[in-house]
Design a protein around this ligand. Structure first.
Ligand code: EPU
Length: 337
């Protein structure tokens, strides 16, 4: 069953809380709903709006937004060690993490408290604290709007990378994710190597699933603003990947600059956009109704009542200041419509 809304206000459907609208929004349950809708209407412009946690509307959306509403979760197989799960697109991400921790299942605990729906998780391969969704995803099932059929991709076929996947590249504008399958496991595999995680876990008495989840929730709650309180979409920018020679030149001038060699490609180095923005003097910067978060410079916030256009103006200003100071281009992680 699908529900169609016309001229819909999006303020409560995007975590930035910007005041924008869309011509039409369709809530769908099944691939059959999508097949029917696409055969009848052949929409030229459409976009999947899940939880709206990673999308910035900058003007009225003059197309169709498609929102999945099915949020089921089912264990497909359990051999005592590995548990295979199928989770539908509208399932809340953190509810899945909480469930896995309660069940004693390892694999996604470091991804606690990421605001996302399960369907959105593979698109940008959500990641935090040394883990990425791709580490646990086995299959992504989507509806292909070109052939009006359901297609299943294995993990390899999804071409996952840092905040990247086939859904942002070749399948952009062609795939609507219906469900994601995961493989979790019972043997403990604590992944505590990132930043303050180990310290926070030890302060809680050691590396149990529950302690890891609680440590990560504490770190995130301290650094990242709650979108229910202050509009934001998590990291607004991706961490830039630069050539090693560029990183070396910068390190000569800024020896304390965080930098991480990128696995698999010895010539590249990932820099911390948050550090670059911070050092450009913009942490806590405010311009009217928008600003740079005062505890994590990667996050842009809506202090209340801002439009998407105001956020973009700020984003452009931040990019220009970072470019002027460090010569490094940073680009948005958030989808801008
Ligand atoms: N830093 C600063 N000032 C800042 C922010 C960061 O100096 O205002 C420095 C930190 O001290 C650290 C380095 O920059 O040395 C990296 O910062 P942090 O560990 O906070 O992580 P991040 O690179 O800023 C990434 C993800 C986050 C994820 C964290 C933790 C991206 C774009 N962001 O942020 O993801 O939670 O790592 O793993 O990769 C998100 O995608 O929405 C998100 C929040």
């Amino acid at each position: 069953m699908k529900r169609i809304y016309n001229d819909i206000n999006l303020q409560n459907r995007n975590s930035f809380g910007v005041v924008e609208s869309a011509r039409e929004l369709v809530e769908f349950e099944t691939s059959e709903d999508l097949r029917e809708y696409f055969s009848e209407h052949r929409p030229e412009r459409w976009y999947v709006l899940g939880g709206g946690n990673n999308t910035l509307f900058t003007k009225r959306y003059d197309g169709v937004l498609l929102t999945p509403v099915c949020a089921g979760r089912r264990v497909l197989a359990d051999d005592g060690e590995y548990v295979d799960l199928r989770v539908e697109a509208a399932h809340d991400w953190d509810t899945l993490v909480e469930w896995s921790v309660n069940e004693g299942l390892w694999g996604i605990e470091n991804l606690s408290m990421i605001p996302s729906s399960v369907g959105a998780a593979p698109v940008q391969n959500i990641g935090a604290y040394g883990a990425e969704a791709k580490d646990a995803i086995t299959v992504v099932e989507y509806f292909d709007t070109r052939i009006l059929e359901v297609v299943r991709l294995t993990n390899n076929e999804c071409h996952f990378g840092y905040r990247e996947s086939i859904f942002k590249q070749e399948l952009k504008g062609a795939a609507i994710i219906l469900a994601v399958e995961f493989r979790l496991h019972r043997t403990p595999t604590p992944n505590l190597g990132y930043g303050d995680v180990i310290k926070e876990v030890e302060a809680r008495g050691g590396a149990t699933l529950r302690n890891i989840r609680e440590a990560i929730c504490a770190i995130r709650s301290y650094k990242l603003p709650d979108p229910k309180v202050i509009g934001n979409a998590g990291s607004f920018f991706k961490n830039p990947i630069v050539e090693r020679s560029v990183a070396e030149q910068l390190l000569a001038e800024y020896p304390d600059m965080p930098h991480y060699p990128v696995g698999g490609d010895a010539g590249s180095v990932k820099l911390a956009a948050g550090w670059l923005i911070d050092r450009a003097g913009l942490k806590g910067y405010r311009s009217g109704r928008v600003g740079v978060h005062d505890r994590q410079a990667l996050v842009l916030v809506n202090h209340g009542g801002a439009t998407g256009g105001e956020v973009i103006e700020l984003a452009n200003y931040v990019c220009a200041r970072v470019k002027a100071k460090f010569g490094v281009a940073i680009s948005p992680e958030v989808n801008i419509l």
